[in-house]
Design a protein around this ligand. Structure first.
Ligand code: ZN
Length: 262
């Protein structure tokens, strides 16, 4: 906790108390919350894998045209994910959700570190989840462990459905639409929200960029904890804290939990 300055701590406590005093607080999260779990941000400035751009790798056309090369990248991602665990920031959100202090989590992340078994319908995964796989032909769904088993069995490294088609990771690839049900859930939460806590996102990617604006337009408040600038830093009334999320979020959660009924 030493690297979190006194000024930052004061703001984090304020955020915790504001959450406790809110009617319907929601969290919005981006890649920054998972980098401290050791997951690379492929969309970030160093977003290359074997010198190939993320946009070219994570693409529906790449999946259709060359499933072998496509799955080389995704098998790597699943292997990295297998060792990743929710960090202190993920756990602080779980604790606040269980306590009823936040009512939902909207995420752009596909790593599954916001655990479905904790959040249930309170979780909106805008870009889907790597923890699942789907067959575009017969619509069968698979857990990631099953996908990994099929990767291991395959001569060419491509996991296949029982119907013979390559399995697609349950994530939104470039060239695909966002999942309607998840988007609807995110919109419902956002319209209901009088407080939005934005974590680990530059808030510059559409549609995520619209969510805090909606809350502000509806008279709600927005707080941001991120390392680096965001598109909302200069918005009036927005609290912005530059801090490590794994250090900051336990402080927010502790003050939110203390603030109940205060
Ligand atoms: Zn199938």
């Amino acid at each position: 906790m030493d690297s979190t300055s006194h000024a930052a701590r004061t703001l984090l406590s304020q955020i915790g108390r504001d959450i406790a005093g809110s009617r319907f607080a929601v969290a919005f999260t981006g890649a920054g919350i998972s980098t401290e779990s050791g997951l690379p941000d492929y969309r970030g400035p160093s977003g290359l894998w074997k010198n190939r751009r993320f946009e070219a790798l994570a693409n529906i056309e790449a999946f259709k045209d060359d499933p072998v090369e496509f799955w080389e990248f995704y098998a790597h991602r699943l292997a990295v994910l297998a060792d990743a665990e929710p960090n202190a920031a993920h756990r602080a959100l779980e604790s606040m959700y269980r306590a009823g202090l936040i009512k939902g989590v909207i995420t752009q992340n596909v790593d599954g570190l916001h655990r479905r078994e904790v959040f249930g319908d309170g979780l909106a995964e805008l870009h889907g989840s790597l923890r699942t796989g789907v067959c575009l032909d017969c619509e069968s769904e698979f857990e990631s462990a099953e996908v990994e088993a099929r990767i291991a069995e395959a001569d060419d490294g491509v996991p296949r459905c029982n119907c013979g088609y390559p399995i697609k990771p349950g994530v939104v690839l470039f060239g695909e639409l966002l999942p309607g049900e998840q988007v609807e859930r995110a919109q419902t939460q956002t319209f209901e929200a009088d407080y939005m806590l934005c974590l680990g996102s530059s808030l510059s990617v559409i549609p995520a960029a619209f969510l805090p604006a909606t809350v502000l337009d509806n008279g709600g408040r927005v707080a941001i904890i991120n390392q680096g600038p965001t598109d909302y830093d200069d918005e009036p009334g927005v609290i912005k804290v530059e801090a490590s999320l794994a250090e900051a979020m336990p402080i927010v959660a502790a003050d939110a939990e203390r603030g109940v009924g205060a």
